[in-house]
Every structure is written in structure tokens, then in C-alpha cells.
Ligand binder design. Structure first.
Ligand SMILES: C[S@@+](CC[C@H](N)C(=O)[O-])C[C@H]1O[C@@H](n2cnc3c(N)ncnc32)[C@H](O)[C@@H]1O
Length: 302
């Protein structure tokens, strides 16, 4: 059940929206001119509503999604409130309704990245992460991958005389309705780089880098920008690079401190966000204002 959700639908100040959108538009035009940019080849025709692009809506995400067309979003990168681990200004969310709306708005070849961990309640992990993953499957999503976000520092460290190992990861569930468009990140150094087999049969030597595995390690940020639970900017960027192309639409229904929006801007993607707390919206405004779109020239966008 949704409780304590303010009914006001207020987007951030129009000056912020337009400057941010203009920067992004300029960036996308520039990127389309780049010889290495691929044409967009999504299967669906719908866009999330151009009027909604590059804005954060201060409202319940169900309200935002109710204004989106079916199959109009390329990618969702998000992290929901975890059990009641943190108070997030007192708001809670209706998981099942949100999951169904995500299913409706995501494109057939789009991806939902759901970053989640469990609270320990009365000695037992809540299992909410698993329940949510299975519910996504129940309503028609494929569980494409169960990835791990490994943190450099734990919330609760194990003790020499304790009885529980240090909890050091969260799940990054990857959901899709069909077969996702992807550009896998190729940055794992190959042990046998440059090697040719003994008989010299191989046409090419082993490449310097291979596709990375599905456990990703990041430096954890605590209370950055005044939000209790931001995920790392690089985590958002790596997913956006993996599952979208320049100019596509990334939605975060739980925008928090604005990490997904910053990542999208810096990678030349469009963003849409929802954040129910007006305090956090103000924080996003402060954070995002002044971010310049950076057109990536990496192996990923070639
Ligand atoms: C785990 S935090 C997201 C943190 C974010 N990934 C970041 O990097 O800053 C979850 C956020 O969801 C917001 N929230 C909770 N229920 C919501 C709802 N129904 N609609 C929109 N936002 C909601 C909370 O206020 C909180 O800021």
C-alpha cells in the first residue's frame, strides 16, 4: 500500500529542466554526427512522451508511469526502498502495482535493472529481493541475469567472535520481456592476451580484454548529497552503457539523489525520473544543475 504520498505533482523548476534538456539535445545532435554512433534500432515505435523527457517528477512513480505510453522506455535503472531499512522521508511504495506498470512501459527489447538488498529482521534476512524477483517473473518478465553489486565496504562487518559473515553485496536483477539490446562491457584483462597457440593455428592472438563477468565491484557512497542510500554513479553508468544507446530513454522510478539522471546526462541518454520526496527533489536539482553531457567515446559506443 502507498501511504503518506503527497498528492501534489510538481516537477522541478522549468529553468533547470530546459537548460538540462538543451545541453542534452546538443549532446545528442553532436553524437549523431560522430562516425562511430550506431543508428537506433529498437523494435518499438513509442517514445515515453517527449514532454516528459529530461525531467524529474516530484510524485509517486505510479503517477508518472500512468502518463507514459505502452512500451515507450528503453531502460529502467533503479533501486527501490529496501524493506524499511531506511526511512526515506517516510514514504513507502506499492511494489506489485509498480512492477506491473514497469512491464507495461518497458520496450520489448528493453531492460529493467532492479538493485536491491534485504533487511535482517529478527535474525532472518527478509527475502524481499527474492520475492520481488519471482513476482517480476510471475507477471511475464524474464529474469535475464542475477548480477551482484559487490561493495568495497560493508554496512555490517563480521566479527572474530560473531556468527554471521560480513554482508558485502546487493542483487542487481536484470529483467526483460524479450531479448535485450545490449553492448556488453569488454574490460576484463585476458590472462592470455597476445597469446597464439603452440602450433600457430590461431588467426588472431587472444585479445587484451574480454567480456566482464556479472559481479561488479564499486566503491560505496554513504550519505552522498544528503541521501541515505545512493548507488554508485559508475554502477548506473555501466548499466546504461550495457543496455542502451545514445539518445535512448532511461527511467528511474525511485530517483533518490539523482544518480541515474546524472549518469544518463553524462552518457548522452535521455532520462525521466520520479521521486516522491520534495526534499530529495531539491537535492537532485542542486546535484544535476551544472552537469555537462559528455559524449562517450568508448569501446561500448563504437
Ligand atoms: C533506494 S532510494 C534510491 C536511491 C537512488 N538510486 C540514488 O542513487 O540516489 C529509493 C528512493 O525512492 C523514493 N520513493 C519511495 N517510494 C516512492 C514512490 N512510490 N515513488 C517515487 N519515489 C519513491 C524514496 O524517497 C527514496 O529516495
Amino acid at each position: 500500500m502507498i501511504s503518506n504520498v503527497r498528492p501534489v505533482v510538481t516537477s522541478l523548476s522549468s529553468s533547470f529542466i530546459s537548460t538540462s534538456a538543451q545541453r542534452l539535445t546538443a549532446a545528442i545532435v553532436e553524437s549523431r554526427c560522430a562516425s562511430n554512433s550506431k543508428p537506433l534500432q529498437r523494435t518499438s515505435k513509442a517514445m515515453a512522451g517527449v514532454k516528459m523527457l529530461n525531467q524529474i517528477f516530484n510524485e509517486d512513480c505510479l503517477e508518472t508511469m500512468s502518463r507514459m505510453d505502452d512500451e515507450s522506455v528503453d531502460c529502467v535503472v533503479t533501486s527501490p526502498p529496501y524493506d524499511d531499512l531506511r526511512s526515506y522521508d517516510g514514504y513507502c511504495f506499492d511494489f506489485e502495482a509498480i512492477a506491473k506498470e514497469l512491464f507495461r512501459v518497458i520496450k520489448p527489447d528493453g531492460v529493467v535493472v532492479w538493485v536491491v538488498g534485504d533487511q535482517v529482521i529478527d535474525g532472518s534476512e527478509s527475502g524481499s529481493s527474492f520475492r520481488q524477483a519471482l513476482y517480476f517473473k510471475e507477471i511475464g518478465f524474464k529474469l535475464w541475469d542475477t548480477m551482484i553489486y559487490e561493495k568495497n565496504s560493508p554496512r555490517f562487518a563480521g566479527h572474530h567472535n560473531g556468527n554471521r559473515y560480513t554482508q558485502i553485496f546487493e542483487y542487481m536483477f536484470i529483467f526483460t520481456k524479450g531479448k535485450p539490446i545490449s553492448q556488453l562491457i569488454i574490460d576484463k584483462p585476458n590472462k592470455w592476451a597476445g597469446h597464439r597457440d603452440w602450433a600457430g593455428q590461431m588467426k588472431k592472438p587472444v585479445a587484451e580484454y574480454g567480456v566482464r563477468h556479472n559481479i561488479w565491484r564499486y566503491v560505496t557512497s554513504f550519505n552522498s548529497y544528503g541521501h541515505p542510500a545512493p548507488f554508485p554513479l559508475d554502477l548506473a553508468k555501466d548499466h546504461i552503457r550495457s543496455w542502451t544507446r545514445l539518445g535512448e530513454i532511461v527511467y528511474d522510478p525511485f530517483m533518490g539523489s539523482g544518480t541515474t539522471a546524472v549518469a544518463a546526462i553524462e552518457l548522452g541518454r535521455n532520462y525521466i525520473g520520479s521521486e516522491v520526496s520534495s526534499n530529495y527533489c531539491q537535492m537532485i536539482n542542486n546535484r544535476i544543475n551544472g552537469i555537462e553531457a559528455v559524449i562517450p567515446f568508448t569501446i561500448l559506443d563504437k
